[in-house]
Design a protein around this ligand. Structure first.
Ligand SMILES: *Cc1c(COP(=O)(O)O)cnc(C)c1O
Length: 494
């Protein structure tokens, strides 16, 4: 299976797609054909543990990677104690949805699933494509990607990693996780502006050919760990397959019965993975796309007009504070029947005018597959409190947005199909918001607040967050976006 760019007929191997991250034409790589998981294949997966399921899924997507190789990578990426023995547990709430807990990894957010594995996939891809250079991973983060990428790549031979996070745009814990990162090969900058500014700054570095060539001369190959990289998306498909298998195994789904999936969405990577699982044959019904007050996707899915010309809000769910949802490009590619010219037209219009409109054929397909909704911060806080009161389950603000929108969807449609809600972060990562939602006044410093939440919720503080208290701050520089390129060059050649 080859990979093809969403903006031209450029074809590459899986290894090349992962090594390059973004296609030189600005497009994103997408599998030329999708594998099929029929009922029998899914039944076989039911008897496997998470690693076994992930290897099965990945091996169907990554031609040129042997099963042994993938088993080795998956085994190491998801090993205890980085992840618990139950890697992606599904918690079934009484009379309600099934919560797919994706935050049990080393940085307490779902991005660990992709970013613990990506260093293995990327370094292998570079070997397979014959690259001799040191891979330089540039990451723009709205909070969780940065830390997950730093943790995955720290001290990985043959790589260096530089993360840009929006100054003041993350939670305190998220920022501390990043600026205390250890490792010889890591760099972290705050960037003035919001996430989109940081992401555009990184994209500008990638598409600056002269800069890329100059770095290559010095022995560096620029690469991306953002969810534009196929190596980020493929591992995410596995946990939807795994959740289905768990629900089948415990009798929560009849044979062939579909499950709906609700996902708190920002860059559209996680929900796209669920849609891809569906296209591969996983019995999935509606995909419920949940946004916070930055509801550009709610408007798009409702009207067919994608318009980023709107105020940007900082919310209690900062990892979804995004106005340019990069992975939507892959969905548009599919829904236009893999029409490069149309996708390029939309993306050019977005870059030029900040807005594009899809035609009725695409709009019809969007409506058929996706439901959507949004929740602002006060609704999110209400939801955290009410879910906790009703079920004893404590959601982080991102997960609470999805829970709220799931309930809106049921109220609007009466669709009572079993539903999996993707729980994307630990509530402890957003302790202040969660405490406030529960009606408690946050007290003392960050670490006292973690303890306060622990006492209020009767759950231990995740060790990865508790241990931050003892770590020195290593990075404190703030850049304006125009300086990002020079800062990268200076760091690489210092
Ligand atoms: C990144 C992130 C999201 C958004 O996921 P996308 O794949 O960008 O849509 C939601 N919740 C949390 C906690 C995240 O870290």
């Amino acid at each position: 299976m080859e990979y093809i760019s969403t903006r031209s007929d450029r074809r590459v191997s899986a290894a090349q797609a992962i090594a390059e991250g973004l296609s030189p034409d600005g497009g994103l790589y997408f599998p030329e054909t999708l594998p099929v998981f029929d009922g029998e294949a899914l039944s076989a997966l039911e008897g496997m543990d998470y690693a076994g399921r992930a290897v099965e899924v990945l091996s169907r997507f990554l031609d040129g990677f042997s099963r042994e190789e993938l088993s080795d990578y998956v085994g190491r990426a998801y090993a205890v104690p980085k992840f618990p023995k139950e890697t992606a547990p599904v918690v079934s709430l009484a009379g309600g949805p099934h919560i797919l807990e994706l935050f049990r990894g080393p940085t307490c957010a779902f991005k660990d699933f992709a970013l613990q594995l990506l260093p293995f996939l990327l370094t292998a891809s570079l070997r397979k494509t014959g690259a001799q250079e040191t891979a330089v991973i540039l990451v723009a983060t709205s909070g969780d990607t940065g830390k997950a990428a730093l943790d995955g790549f720290a001290n990985v031979d043959g790589t260096k990693i530089c993360v840009f996070y929006p100054d003041g745009g993350t939670s305190d814990i998220q920022r501390l996780q990043m600026v205390t990162q250890t490792g010889e090969n890591v760099m972290v900058f705050a960037a003035a502006g919001n996430f989109d500014d940081a992401q555009n700054g990184v994209k500008a570095i990638f598409t600056d050919r002269a800069f890329g060539a100059a770095m290559k001369e010095k022995g560096f190959l620029l690469s991306s760990a953002n969810s534009i990289n196929w190596g980020r998306l493929a591992p995410q498909i596995a946990y939807y397959v795994s959740a289905y298998c768990d629900l089948r195994a415990r009798g929560a789904l009849a044979e062939g019965q579909k499950m709906n999936v609700a996902v708190p969405t920002g860059n559209f990577g996680n929900i796209l993975a669920a849609y891809l699982a569906k296209l591969c044959g996983l019995p999935v019904g509606k995909l419920i796309c949940a946004s916070n007050r930055n509801n550009v996707l709610t408007d798009f899915l409702t009207t067919g007009v994608y318009d980023r010309n709107r105020p940007f809000y900082q919310t209690a769910s900062p990892s979804m504070d995004i106005l340019i949802s990069s992975n939507l490009e892959r969905l548009l590619y599919l829904l236009t029947g893999r029409n490069h010219a149309r996708v390029k037209g939309y993306m050019d219009a977005l870059a030029r005018d900040g807005v594009y409109t899809v035609e009725e054929d695409v709009r019809g397909k969007l409506r058929a597959e996706f439901a959507c909704g949004c929740a602002d911060d006060s609704q999110t806080a209400e939801e955290i409190k009410s879910v906790y009161k009703r079920t004893g389950y404590l959601c982080d603000p991102h997960t609470a947005v999805a829970y709220r929108v799931y309930e809106q969807y049921i109220a609007a449609t009466g669709d009572m199909a079993p539903t999996v809600i993707a729980a994307t972060a630990s509530p402890f990562k957003f302790a202040d918001s969660v405490l406030a939602a529960l009606g408690k006044t946050p007290e003392g410093d960050h670490f006292q607040r973690l303890k306060q939440l622990s006492a209020a919720a009767g759950q231990p503080v995740p060790e990865a967050l508790a241990s931050l208290a003892n770590r020195p701050i290593r990075f404190s520089r703030v850049l304006v976006p125009g300086d990002m390129k020079n800062a990268v060059a200076a760091w690489l050649t210092e």
